[in-house]
Each structure stands twice: as structure tokens, then as C-alpha cells.
Design a protein around this ligand. Sequence first.
Ligand SMILES: [Zn+2]
Length: 345
Amino acid sequence: MRDVIGQRRLLDRLGDQAVRGDVAHAYELSGPRSIGKHTVAIRLAQTLNCDREPRVSGGCGACVACRKIERGLHPDVREVTRLVDSGTRDDRKNISIEQVRAMQQDLALRPLEGRTRVVIIDDAADLSEHAETALLKTLEEPPAHACLLLVTPTPSRLLDTIRSRVQPIPFRPVPRAEIEAALVARLGPDAARYAAAAAGKPGVAIRLAIDEAEREARRALEREFYTLVASRLTDRFAWAADLAESRTDTQKRSAQIETRLVEWGELLRDAAFVAAGAPERAVRPERAAESAKLAASTGGRELVDLAQAFERWRRDVVETTVSARMLLELLALRLPYRADLAAAA
Ligand SMILES: [Zn+2]
């Protein structure tokens, strides 16, 4: 499928079906953040509505329909996401039932310019309970010209009755070599070094390769990690309280915590690889010195356990309503202590 990195076998089949117009009425695109779900949703919409003949998987990318879809301007392709509250300027907590009803009214009409009305709901786990129930109606009796794409990193948060009516498209981590080849083809040979950093998620590699702010954010999180490792418990608990009680909405806070668990889990895993005598497997070779220090004082077994704990906590954060404060305090307790890593921060 045009400009999509990875998931090749899955997308070849899906793309061929879309070219023939032989698609299900609803799909669930699931997998970690930055793995390509949203891009694939857009490409499916383009395949289904591209003006060019013969049709190609992913759409031609150049016709009026493809360009309108890319820019969010096509009347038959609608994205439903959490709205921004006009008062507080924060994102609303949920996708509301009103949003789903408006979408349904639209969906009942024949396509205006294309062949298929496509609705992309991202993140589908943000649907309010009422919105989800309303959506069921559409899934039970979908209009012939409709295709719904439910995009989410946490499909387990959707109602079973919804999930049983959509075709699953699970996205898997993309091999490093595949990301590297795509980066080089798109952005030149210098971009190759971000392939490892992506840890299977092409979107991460692309952002790192093109955006200095993204690279700085990554370094800032590394510094935060080493500061914590070099801190005593009182400071660690103060950090936990700050993050747990920050004034952003729950979803954003969960995302902040998730990012830390993912990125810090990588640092721990890198240190575990060093402890095991396999430093070449590190995804952050630029932190080799710090990984070596952690490995020397903490030991491989404990680092592996901890990296696994981080992954479990990550799942807890995204799939359930675990207490952020309790989880972060647990993290503060479990982190190894190494005073000389303050220098790395
Ligand atoms: Zn096109």
C-alpha cells in the first residue's frame, strides 16, 4: 500500500480487496501508537475513492479525490475524534453521542463525490458509553456505501458487541531493516540511524528524522530518567505526585505516563543487553555509557525484571483506570539508584 511502512502481507491483501471494492463495512485497526494505523485508514479511504483508473492500492495520491482526502477536505471521508472544548481549550473527555449521531446522518446519504463514505474514528476507545451504543446501530445495519474504520491502540476497551461486528486489522511492530530501508528511500542515507530508535514503530523514526523538537523531547525524557535514577526517594515521590496530579486531562496524562514507560523501558532493556554482553542490540547506542553504569550496579536479571514490569505497567495505564499516583510511586520504589547518573541528566 502506497507510502506505508511494514504490515506488508496484511496490507497487500486488504489493498487488493479495496481496489476491487470488496471491503467489509467496518474494520478495527489496532496496535501501538505511531505504527501506521492512521496512515492506513487514510490510504484505505483513498483506495476506495480514488478517481484514477485502473485503481491502485493506497490510491494514486495525485488525483483531486486523493489530495482532498489527504488534507481532510473530502466530503465523503469524515474523521471523528475528541473535540476541543471551546471554554477550557482542553480536549473533551470523550467522543460524544452527538458526534456519532451527526456522523450517522451523514453516512445515511449517498456519497457526494466518491464511491464510498468512509468514517475514521480515532481513537475509538474515546467513544463515550452512549456514543458506543449508538454506533452499534450503524454496525448492525450499515448502509451499503459505508465503510467504518475504528482506530485504537487499546481495542480491549471497546464493547464486545462492537468488536464482534468489525473485522480486526492488528498492526505488528515493523522489523528494523524494513524501517531503515523506507527511511533511506524517503529521507536519504542520514535518516538510517533512526531506524533502531523506532523500536518497531515507523512513525517514531520518521518524526525523529525530520523534527529536531521531537529529538529534543526524547533527550529531555532521557535526562528525566537519569535524574530520577540519581535521586533519593523523597525527590522521586515528589516527581510522582507532580506527574500524577498535573492538570491535563486523564487521556493526556495517561499518554505522558505511557511515553515514559515505553522510553524508559527501552533504556532499561538496553542496559540489560549490556549486562548480557550484547550491547549491539541497544536501540539507544548514544546512551551506551549510561547503560554500562546501570548494568554494572544493577545486574542483568533485575534489569530484565524491571523492563518487564514497565511493559506491564504500560498496559495497565492504557487499558485500565489504574491509579496514576500509585503506579508512579511503585516505579519510584523499583528504580535502581545510582548517584553518578546525575551527570547524564
Ligand atoms: Zn487518486
